[in-house]
Design a protein around this ligand. Structure first.
Ligand code: SF4
Length: 477
């Protein structure tokens, strides 16, 4: 286990690229509601957080590196007075993880303040950035969100909705945006619908939009619905208006990984319960790759519903075998060499009483770089498991994502380099099986309307050669 570095462990997860919240309310205390909305979306990004609020004339912002609860307290929230606000919790995508890329981006324009928070990734951001530089714009940050903000600020049109509608067609890729202007909040989603975005009615009569419905539920929202692909929604106090600005793509491309791993299980994605789909994925996996064993154990937390499903379908009892320290990835304390060498044991402890002398089926949601699975299998063996059969509730990830998920490049993805037998040897499991693509989609219950590019290499929009997420950094350097 010693050779597995702490950083490897932290890197061996797919990283969702942010959560966004937007609220317009009759109350003046919207910042606190945005805070609690972000708090419910913390799993979507833990590197930085920010909130911008407008009092109807002026916008104020606070943002910094760290968890939502680190960045905000009573004194940082107090100046953010006003009825319209947006928030963002960030894991870096395009642009490095430096604090200058923390969102929202707030600029002063001739039309008043404009703040933008973005979940997703534009595949043509490089070209758009070059155009802005050629037009004489100075760019301070390296993210595509700044590019979007400046394009909006300089667009023609009578209203912000008009400017947005004129600009949207230039953007290719994934964007679920919340936008704050002086007297309202605007939400928009790309025509493919890559990343989630939903709207709901607040108990005080106002409206909220958020990346996931779990945040809307936290805020007490009713009458929830998706922001449709290509739709612009305007929230102003107790009023909401909707406008279909772009024709939705002929083939929608919702991210299947929202079901597999990203979304909280209490969220709805595409109108379906994430928890329910995860359970069906486990059931389907049990049908596809049955094996004799004594206990089904999940890698907590995201694999718990799938392990319950696997157990139900196979008749093999479910039990806890690994206990996770949920906060280890965000200690902000650099571990000593001794602690680093403990690798996966820093994050998980094995429950020997449920493992000793048992044949274990270990359920995990995905295999990315492959640096966690091997140490976990070893941890179970050290705790007394006699056999460990690894079952993955998604197909092998063989291609990078260009739509807002950091999963590295072809070289980083272990399933892009090795076949099933080789993978099984590397992780030292007794057997290994992945859920099939058809099986995954049958668990979703819909065959069309989803992006599965990281499994198939068939990208819903043309993409260029892979770029490191910090490639803009070099331009700025
Ligand atoms: S490539 Fe994979 S992670 Fe990226 S949007 Fe498509 S399904 Fe989601």
């Amino acid at each position: 286990m010693g050779e597995h570095q702490f950083s490897d462990l932290m890197a061996d997860r797919l990283h969702e690229e942010c959560g966004v919240v937007g609220i317009s309310s009759p109350s003046d205390d919207v910042a606190q509601m945005v805070f609690f909305g972000l708090f419910a979306l913390q799993h979507r990004g833990q590197e930085a957080a920010g909130i911008a609020v407008s009092d109807g004339v002026q916008a104020r912002i606070h943002k910094d590196d760290g968890l939502v609860s680190h960045v905000f307290n009573a004194s940082t929230l107090a100046p953010l007075r006003g009825p319209h606000g947006i928030g963002h919790t960030r894991y870096s995508t395009t642009g490095g993880s430096g604090s200058r890329n923390a969102q929202p981006f707030l600029v002063e324009t001739v039309h008043g303040p404009l703040a933008v928070a973005h979940n997703g990734n534009l595949v043509n951001a490089h070209e758009l950035r070059a155009e802005l530089l050629a037009r004489g714009f100075g760019l301070t940050a390296s993210s595509d969100t700044e590019v979007m903000t400046l394009m909006l600020a300089s667009a023609g049109g009578q209203t912000w909705e008009d400017r947005l509608a004129r600009t949207l067609s230039s953007w290719t890729g994934a964007y679920s945006l919340v936008i704050l202007v002086e007297d309202r909040v605007i939400a928009v989603r790309d025509p493919w619908g890559f990343r989630p975005l939903s709207v709901g009615r607040l108990p005080d009569g106002g409206y909220a939009v958020a990346s996931e419905t779990c945040a809307l539920s936290t805020l007490g929202c009713k009458e929830m619905s998706e922001v449709a692909p290509g739709e612009i929604i305007t929230l102003r106090g107790t009023e909401m208006s909707r406008r279909q600005a772009l024709v939705p793509a002929v083939k929608a491309a919702r991210c299947t990984f929202e079901f597999v791993y990203f979304s909280r299980p209490d969220s709805q994605w595409d109108g379906l319960s994430v928890h329910g789909v995860r359970q069906r994925m486990g059931e389907q996996l049990a049908r596809e790759s049955a094996v004799e064993a004594d206990v089904v154990v999940p890698v907590p937390d995201s694999s718990i519903p799938a392990a319950v499903g696997y157990s139900r379908q196979s008749g093999i009892p479910y039990n806890d075998g690994l206990i996770k320290n949920r906060y280890i990835g965000r200690t902000f304390i650099e571990p000593t060499t001794l602690m680093r060498e403990r690798g996966v044991a820093m994050k998980f402890n094995a429950l020997a009483e449920n493992l000793t002398g048992r044949r274990v089926i270990l359920i995990d949601d995905s295999l990315v770089r492959g640096t966690t699975a091997g140490p976990l299998v070893q941890l179970l063996r050290e705790a007394g498991a006699t056999e460990v059969h690894l079952r993955i509730t998604s197909p092998p990830i063989k291609h990078p994502c260009h739509f807002g998920v950091d999963m590295g490049h072809d070289d980083d993805l272990i399933a892009a380099r090795l076949n099933l037998e080789e993978l099984c040897k590397v992780v030292k499991a007794d057997s290994l099986a992945f859920l099939s693509l058809d099986g995954m989609m049958s668990a979703v219950g819909r065959q069309d309307g989803y992006c599965n590019a990281c499994f198939t290499g068939e990208y819903p929009v043309p993409v260029q050669a892979p770029r490191r997420k910090d490639s803009f950094e070099q331009v700025l350097a």
